[in-house]
Design a protein around this ligand. Structure first.
Ligand code: ADP
Ligand code: MG
Length: 242
């Protein structure tokens, strides 16, 4: 089955075509990355697909359903981690995730399990303000997963983390995928897209320029291309600068 089907999607802000005629298919169980520099339109694309923003034109189907207007049949089946994670203030990690769980009618015990699964068991009594960047990201991912969705969206989950914390998160994301979920993430890190994602959609200036496995994207360009940076240079004529 198809988890996501996007056709000719456009979202305009004033003069800016943030998403400009995008087609994208994601199969059930796939791990897909949307890769592009700042301002490419990754967040806008995700937010429209998640049903958080109204498209100007085009169609979006998620798990076989329309997402706009707000569709109660989809919401319990998707997990959404926004780029700017907003936590409830002054709660502990445990209170934070239990609050999310309650919104979905999930028991506190299952919420606590998720803290353990993302390696935050020992931080359960810490306030979210006192978590490190990597711990806060893991908490926000756990909150997005607490209702056990089939399909998970993560917007730049590893941005601004140190290399070790990024690698820890990569392991966590691989585990989430191996458990059978469809994962869609955005990233501006080429290496992350290359090592983590089964398929990568290269996005720039609102458009998806190419979609494929990292190996295919590199191979299709022929001999000079060695990595996704070369692919980006070839597709846009510009050096990649996140
Ligand atoms: N709410 C908004 N109002 C106006 N312009 C926006 C808004 N959100 C994003 N944009 C613009 O749309 C373009 C794409 O932004 P965004 O989707 O955030 O890209 P990315 O996530 O790839 O950095 C940028 O030019 C950005 O300035
Ligand atoms: Mg963004």
């Amino acid at each position: 089955m198809t988890a996501i089907r996007v056709r000719d999607l456009t979202k305009v802000y004033g003069e800016v075509r943030a998403v400009d005629g995008v087609d994208l298919d994601v199969a059930d169980g796939e791990f897909v990355g949307v890769l592009g520099p700042n301002g490419a339109g990754k967040t806008t694309l995700l937010e429209v697909v998640e049903g958080l923003r109204r498209p100007d034109s085009g169609t979006v189907e998620v798990l076989g359903e329309q997402v706009w207007p707000r569709n109660a049949a989809v919401l319990p089946r998707i997990g959404v981690q926004l780029q700017a994670s907003a936590f409830f203030e002054r709660l502990t990690a445990r209170e934070q995730i239990r609050t999310f769980a309650a919104l979905y009618d999930v028991s506190p015990a299952r919420a606590d399990d998720w803290l353990e699964r993302v390696g935050l068991g020992e931080k359960a009594a810490s306030r979210v303000e006192d978590l490190s960047g990597g711990q806060a990201q893991r908490l926000s991912i756990a909150c997005a997963l607490v209702h056990d969705p089939d399909l998970v969206f993560l917007d730049e989950p590893t941005a601004a983390l140190d290399p070790q914390a990024r690698r820890n998160l990569w392991d966590l994301l691989r585990g989430i995928h191996e458990a059978g979920r469809t994962v869609v993430l955005t990233t501006h890190y080429m290496d992350e897209a290359e090592v983590l994602c089964q398929r990568v959609a290269v996005m720039d200036a609102g458009q998806i320029l190419r979609v494929g496995t990292p190996a295919d994207l590199i191979r299709d360009l022929g001999a000079p291309a060695r990595n996704l940076e070369d692919v980006f240079l070839h597709l846009t004529g510009r050096e990649y600068r996140a």
